[in-house]
Design a protein around this ligand. Structure first.
Ligand code: DGY
Length: 336
């Protein structure tokens, strides 16, 4: 019998066709994510689930999926999955680390440049037919990136990729991380450790690259925003809830900081009345960190390979919970 797979959204090729070669696929065909209740109903007879980070895969879904052997998420983030419960139930979890590192670092740097040089504001100015004088000495002045100081919070794969880009702009790169790098690694990457508070005080740009967990939720709160320089710019391509958005709006309106570039928000999508939409000092993007054709297509391929590997009784190439093998050995997930 072919395994039954539920896929919660159309992902780029070759993702779905790889799975369809050997499994019966039920695909949620709309752009809007399926309701939680719909996933609960669909999962009842499925052997595998391919989900997105906007699907909350909680205990109720895991309970309903009595045949479920693998959850493969089309994301590097996994805070939307109840990993402990899935593991307890012998469900393998695959994800997509590494693949979107460079794309996300590119986007973080685009935001940094975009806010510093007021790119989107200037574009709105021009399209709004407000460009009257050929060259104005003080029109839309931004701030210099070259030679400035960048503070990176969370120096994992993406943080390091941002640090490498910063070197090309002759930036001094500070970082903070729970476990600092070795001296040799610091020298190789050209980064200098600072405790969080000091980093915030000394940086012209602060870029966030931490995962979202209990320790990092609202890491950037009012007190920490107040430590930043008044001409500093905050960049967030990590997760929205790492920043207390209400405090950020106050910081921007009160000019405690000069601007922000945000690809992620506390609640996505943001509503039409969101106060950030009325501020010129921000550049806002709809969660596009990994949105290159190359990265998304590779993510789809890895998500499919993770799922198929488990159904073949093999270790998923990008495996989040190897301890699950103690609950259900791979020999008992094999259907293909
Ligand atoms: C992820 O994968 O976690 C990103 O946020 C989206 O690609």
């Amino acid at each position: 019998m072919r395994p039954k797979v539920y896929i919660t959204r159309r992902i780029p090729e070759p993702g779905i066709s790889l799975i369809e070669e050997s499994c019966d696929v039920t695909l949620h065909p709309y752009d809007e994510p399926p309701a939680h209740e719909e996933i609960v109903n669909r999962i009842r007879d499925k052997d595998a689930l391919l989900c997105l980070l906007s699907d909350r895969i909680d205990k109720e879904i895991i309970d309903a999926g009595t045949n479920l052997k693998v959850i493969s998420t089309f994301s590097v983030g996994f805070e939307h999955i109840d990993v402990a419960e899935a593991t307890r139930r012998g469900i393998y979890i695959g994800y997509t680390p590494g693949i979107l590192t460079e794309a996300t670092a590119d986007l973080a740097f685009s935001l940094l440049l975009g806010v510093a040089r007021r790119i989107t504001e200037a574009d709105r100015f021009l399209r709004g037919n407000r460009w009257r004088t050929a060259f104005s000495p003080s029109l839309l002045l931004g701030t210099s990136v070259w030679g400035s100081t960048l503070g990176i919070i969370g120096l994992g794969r993406i943080g390091k990729a941002v640090a490498r880009r910063a070197k090309g702009f002759s930036m001094k790169v500070l970082y903070t991380k729970r476990t600092p790098l070795s001296r040799e690694e610091e020298l190789n990457l050209g980064v200098v450790y600072r405790p969080l508070e000091v980093l915030l005080e000394q940086s012209d740009f602060v870029s966030l690259h931490t995962p979202l967990n209990d320790e990092t939720r609202h890491l950037i709160n009012e007190a920490r925003l107040r430590l930043m320089k008044p001409d500093a710019i905050l960049i967030n391509t990590a997760r929205g809830p790492v920043v207390d958005e209400t405090a950020l709006v106050r910081a921007l309106k009160g000019k405690w900081i000069a601007g922000a570039g945000l690809d992620v928000f506390e609640k996505e999508p943001i509503g039409p009345a969101h106060p950030l939409l009325h501020l010129d000092s921000v550049v806002l993007l709809p969660h596009l960190g990994s949105a290159t054709m190359q990265a998304r297509s590779k993510m789809a391929e890895v998500a499919a390979s993770n799922l198929l590997a488990v159904l073949r009784g093999k270790a998923p190439p990008c495996w989040l919970n190897p301890e699950v093998e103690n609950v259900r050995p791979l020999s008992r997930t094999r259907m293909l």
